[in-house]
Structures are given as C-alpha cells and as structure tokens.
Design a protein around this ligand. Structure first.
Ligand code: HEM
Length: 473
C-alpha cells in the first residue's frame, strides 16, 4: 500500500505540483495578463466547451472579461492562450501578421485543408496569392463576371424548392454550387453533386476529434479529402492542356493558371488552393444566409422593410430579369441586415495566432510561442461599442441614425494581411439570396429553433421552414 502511495506521489502528484509552481512563478516574472491557467494539462478547455453548449452567446468570454478585463490569460486546447476582447489589441494583432504574430493551425486541420492552402501560406507567397484571390473576388470582377451566375444559380435553386426546406442545408448547397462555378466554371450537374457529397464529409472532419484511431468521422474525412483531390486534379490537368493551347476562362482556376507563367504551381498545389477556397466560403456564407432569415423572421418590422426594398427593385424589372450591379448597390437596407447578422452571429468568432516574440501589450507581456485569440464576436457583442449589443437591430447601420463605428470594432472579415478576400463576394451572395427569397416566398419556421449565436455543424438545428409562394409583383 505504502509503495502504491509513494508511486502515486512521485509519478503523478509531484510532477503536477512542480508544473503548477513553475508555471505560476514564470507568470509572476513575466506579468502575464490576468486570468487562470486552470488545471494542469487540460487547462480550461472543458469550461470552454461546456460554456458553448448554453444559449448565452459568449459565456466563456463574458465571465472572464467581468473578472479580469478585456485581455485575459487562459489555457485551452493544450496551450496557454491570451484572449483579447479589446478592439485596439485585436487591430494590433491583425496588423502585425508575419512580424509579431503568425497564423497557426493544428496539423489535423492542415491535413484536411492541404499544405498549399492560402490559409496556411506565409511570407511573400502568401502576399502574392492573397492578392490574386482578392483581385478575383473584387467588386469589378463580381460586377462584370460573377454576378450574372450568382443571380442565375440562386434563382434556379429557389425555384426548385418544395414547400418545406431545411434552410441551412439549402444554403450550403447554394454556396457550394456558386463556389464551383466561380472556381472552375462548373454548373450544377451529377458530377458536382457527387463531389459535394464527398466534400460534406471533409467538412465534418473539421468538427471532429482529429485522431484517426478514435474518430471514424475524421478517418472518413481524410478519405473523402483524397477523393475530392483526385477529382479536382483531373480537372486541373485538363485545364492546363486547354490553357497551353491558348484557351482562357474567367474563373479562379483560369486566374491561377494564367499567373503560373513559369510553372511554379504543381497540380497538387492548385488543388489544395481550390479546396481551401471551397472550405473558406462554405460554412461562413451559408450560416449567414440562414441566420439573416432567422433574425428577419423574429423582427417583423425589418422583414417588411427588406421586402419593400426588394419589391421596389423587382417592380422596375421584367419577369425573370437578372439583377445588375446597380440593383445590388441600391439595396441599402439589405446591407444593414447583412452587417447586423455578421455582427451578432458570425460563425468565425475570432482568429488564433501565435506570438513570434515576447509581446508587450497594455502593460503585460505575452511570451513568445504563446497563442493569442483575437475575439471579434466578443467586441461585436460588447455594450460599450454597440448600444443594446445583443439585440438584432439593423437600423443601427443606417447613415441617418448617427451611428458611426470605428473600423476596429466591426471586423467580421478580419483585417490586415489576412483580410478575408471573399468579403465583397459574401455580401453580394447574401444580398442576392435575400432578394430572391423575399420576393418569391413568405415562410414560417416549423418549430421553435433556439439556434441563434453559435451554430456549428454538429449542434445546429437546420432551421426547417414552411414556404408559401408569393404572387409576383
Ligand atoms: C460571411 C462570409 C464570410 C466570413 C464571415 C468570412 C470571414 C473570414 C475571416 C474572419 C477571415 C480571416 C481569417 C484569419 O485572419 O485567420 C477569412 C479569411 C479567408 N476567407 Fe473568408 N469569410 C467569408 C466568406 C468567404 C468567401 C465567400 C470566400 C471565398 C473567396 C472566403 C475566402 C477566405 C480565404 C481564402 C481566407 C484566408 C485568407 C488568408 O489567410 O490570407 N471567405 N474569412
């Protein structure tokens, strides 16, 4: 018995005590932001996970901001991490990408994304590829090339809806089809549909325990990733041949091949790049579409106002006539709805970075190699920055309401060198989707759905609605 006791003391208790003492003396030396590192090894990960199962939008962050302020230390997912819910510090983190902070994703994520994805690139290559993607998705390219297909594909989808749909599922299908068109000029067909089925398995992998031995979901995701990559690399091969014989297409793959004068991109590199673009816009845009509808449903005055805006646009056009850029630009109230949806319920709550050196901020030091999490949603939901911050109020964005928000308090698309290259594209897709939805249908939710702030693939209800087709103006 005594031997067992001694064994436990030396093998378990003693290392834990040494760990805690060492950790707290290091913390005192460095003047870390206040907070708690929680239990040895697990830190506060369990509190973080269980907090997000409640209905409260930011329980983990709220509790710690109340106790420690807008910069606090915690320990989650195996690493000490400093959370910032301070707009100025968030801006500092975003603006110092590649100098003081770098992006860092776990290996499990890179396996699914592919090592040549834009999200994982660094340095000059990242700059070049980020700028290429931004040019592809900028306003003038959307206006001149992408809008016509966004309008057509969304219309086609909505026209095929039955009387009852799971909105989130439909929004994902739309987003996938739009991205396939934009990346590789594919219209929806059997091939894209079978690719989508594999792709959905890949996405599930992002929300699973990333250990192939324990998680069948992760194993399935890795297999599906290989199938998606094989299918796309056939397309890339074919398009290379076409491109070499002088055939140019105005899609993302065309832009990649055209910029690859010296054969710098391997087929594998291009495939990784395309997969990451499919991933980046998928959950983000489709969740925003679903939540915009949900918030509008719960805010009847806003629903009436957005319907009026779109009926006015429709009234000037012939039956089935496509939306033009000037129509998009005239959707002023819709932009308020889009902003407000992204403010309250952006699926990307913030971004993780790793410090490249010791960082001094607000009189504290964040040690080299630590993780930081710049919480955008924490700022978006802070009453100090937005009056009645947790209420959906699209009118706060109207120019005549006197509301002006500094750029660093509203950052649904991040900022700095990694500013989302799809920010305008996402806004256009959301607006066109809302246009066709409100001019075609009225709807009622099938059941009370508590999904508001934190939808994830695993927990979200898919927002079933009953649709009634409207008489067209
Ligand atoms: C509502 C929709 C969207 C939201 C809220 C959103 C949000 C974001 C945010 C916050 C980041 C910054 C990540 C970081 O700094 O680590 C980001 C990056 C990115 N987004 Fe989006 N995004 C959306 C739609 C799209 C779309 C439609 C595309 C397609 C082009 C896209 C492509 C990307 C890419 C490629 C990156 C990585 C940029 C880089 O690391 O340089 N996003 N997005």
């Amino acid at each position: 018995m005594a031997a067992v006791f001694l064994y436990l003391v030396f093998s378990v208790a003693l290392p834990a005590i040494i760990f805690i003492v060492h950790r707290s003396s290091r913390c005192r030396r460095l003047r870390l932001p206040p907070g708690s590192l929680g239990l040895p090894f697990v830190g506060e990960t369990l509190q973080l996970i269980s907090a997000y199962k409640t209905e409260n939008p930011e329980p983990f962050i709220d509790e710690r901001v109340n106790r420690f302020g807008s910069l606090f230390t915690t320990h989650v997912f195996g690493e000490p991490t400093v959370f910032s819910v301070d707009p100025e510090t968030n801006r500092f983190i975003l603006q110092n990408e590649g100098k003081l902070f770098e992006c860092s994703y776990p290996g499990s994520i890179s396996n699914l994304l592919g090592k040549h994805s834009l999200l994982l690139m660094k340095g000059n290559l990242h700059k070049k590829m980020h700028s290429l993607t931004t040019s592809f998705a900028n306003s003038s390219n959307i206006r001149d090339h992408l809008l016509v297909d966004i309008d057509r594909l969304i219309r086609l989808n909505l026209d095929s809806w039955p009387d009852r749909v799971l909105l989130m599922e439909e929004a994902k299908k739309i987003t996938f089809e739009l991205t396939m068109k934009q990346l590789m000029s594919f219209d929806p067909c059997e091939w894209t549909e079978s690719l989508r089925k594999e792709y959905v398995l890949v996405i599930e992998g992002f929300f699973s325990v990333p250990l192939p031995i324990f998680s069948p979901t992760y194993r399935r995701a890795i297999k599906a990733r290989t199938k998606v990559a094989e299918a796309l690399s056939l397309v890339v091969k074919q398009r290379r041949i076409e491109s070499e014989s002088g055939e140019k297409r105005k899609d993302m793959l065309g832009a990649l091949l055209a910029s690859d004068d010296h054969g710098g991109f391997s087929d594998e590199g291009i495939v990784d790049f395309l997969v990451a673009l499919l991933v980046a816009g998928y959950e983000t845009t489709s969740t925003s579409m679903t939540l915009a509808v949900k918030f509008l449903t719960e805010t009847p005055l806003a629903l009436v106002q957005i319907m009026e805006e779109h009926e006015q646009i429709r009234a000037k056009k012939g039956e089935g006539e496509a939306l033009e850029w000037s129509d998009y630009k005239s959707m002023t109230f819709t932009q308020c709805v889009v902003n407000e949806t992204l403010r309250i319920a952006n699926i990307i709550g913030g971004i993780f970075r790793r410090t490249m050196t010791d960082i001094n901020v607000q009189g504290y030091t964040i040690p080299k190699g630590w993780k930081v999490f710049a919480s955008f949603r924490g700022v978006h939901l802070d009453h100090e920055h937005f009056k009645d911050a947790r209420t959906f109020n699209p009118w706060r964005w109207q120019n005549n309401s006197g509301a002006t928000y500094p750029a660093n308090v509203f950052t649904p698309f991040g900022g700095g060198q990694r500013l989302c290259p799809g920010y305008e594209l996402a806004r256009v897709e959301l607006s066109v989707f809302l246009h066709h939805l409100v001019t075609r249908f009225s709807w009622t939710p099938v059941e009370e759905d508590k999904l508001v702030f934190f939808p994830t693939t695993r927990t979200q209800k898919r927002y079933p609605i009953n649709l009634q087709r409207r008489d067209r103006v």
